[in-house]
Write a protein of this length. Structure first.
Length: 315
């Protein structure tokens, strides 16, 4: 073939890339357009704007402590604003009704040394502890039986419902008529209050165990009492522990009812004597001591709970 023929074939024949002579090359494909507002392909997508309040968000412990301090600081500021530190006639509220935070803090030495604060706190703590132990000795086994066996629950449920609607202060005259005004009355009142509070919580903890665990235990040949001990109690222990923790904290509100009837030793007696004879600063100081002691004991309960049930802790 001559050079002329080769030139003619190259000019008029098919192109090397398969495009016929005279045809236009297809335009290059453009990248698909993204949604409105999106950046160019390959660019990082903008992160969603984080809201200040999110439902069930996780926050660091320092932020939880800081947020918890804000209402306390606000209450102290409001207290100081209302009472101030000037003369009594210039205050919004009289110091005989609400003394200032500084006056309350300055009364601590007289409450500590002259009125035996630590001794009275120890007396009240032992009363709460003894009443709690007696109440647990009744509410725990009865609650486990009621949550495990339907017939036992049906038999004692009316009594539990009656106790749930019974005002706790109504137990004070009842225990006074039955047990007198001595130490037995205070411990008996606390024990009854603890039973009324703890019994439905223990029943609910045992009753909340899923039926599938019992069926699995029966399939493996477990007896009735083995199922109660190893399955129902084994799973419900953490919830029962939380109920005991809450109940012990509630005991510090019950102790005031018990100790204000018969003025004597204990934090209730300190408050009532301060209300009648003064100084009024001791009323608020004793209340702060009770709150601080309840807070410390609750933290001890929480620490022990984390050690015992670390496998159930979500964080």
């Amino acid at each position: 073939m001559t050079d002329a023929e080769l030139d003619a074939g190259g000019a008029g024949g098919p192109a090397a890339d398969g495009v016929p002579p005279g045809a236009e090359e297809p335009a290059a494909e453009e990248p698909a357009a993204g949604p409105p507002g999106a950046g160019p392909p390959g660019a990082e997508e903008p992160r969603p704007r984080r809201r200040w309040l999110e439902i069930r968000e996780s926050i660091p412990s320092w932020q939880a402590w800081l947020l918890g301090l804000l209402p306390i600081v606000a209450l102290l500021g409001l207290w100081w604003l209302v009472t101030g530190s000037g003369p009594a006639e210039e205050r919004v509220m009289s110091p005989t009704i609400l003394p200032s935070p500084l006056e309350v803090a300055q009364s601590l030495p007289s409450l500590w040394f002259e009125r035996a604060l630590t001794r009275n706190v120890a007396v009240s703590f032992l009363r709460v502890l003894y009443g709690f132990l007696v109440g647990v000795a009744v509410a725990f086994p009865l609650g486990v039986l009621m949550g495990s066996f339907t017939k036992v629950g049906a038999a004692f449920n009316p009594v539990a419902v009656f106790g749930a609607y019974l005002p706790i202060p109504a137990l004070v005259p009842l225990t006074l008529s039955l047990l007198g005004t001595g130490e037995k009355q205070k411990i008996g009142f606390l024990a009854l209050a603890f039973v009324i509070y703890l019994l439905p919580l223990v029943v609910a903890a045992v009753d909340a165990v899923d039926e599938v665990y019992l069926k699995t235990a029966y399939t493996l040949g477990a007896s009735r009492w083995q199922s109660v001990h190893h399955v129902l109690l084994g799973i419900a222990w953490r919830d029962i522990y939380q109920a005991l923790r809450l109940g012990f904290g509630i005991g510090w509100s019950y102790i005031l009812l018990a100790e204000m009837v018969d003025i004597g030793r204990g934090v209730g007696g300190l408050i009532l004597n301060s209300q009648r004879r003064g100084p009024r600063e001791h009323i608020y100081l004793v209340l702060l001591v009770i709150v601080a002691l309840a807070f410390v004991t609750d933290k001890v309960w929480a620490l022990v709970g984390r050690k015992l049930f670390h496998y159930r802790e979500a964080r």
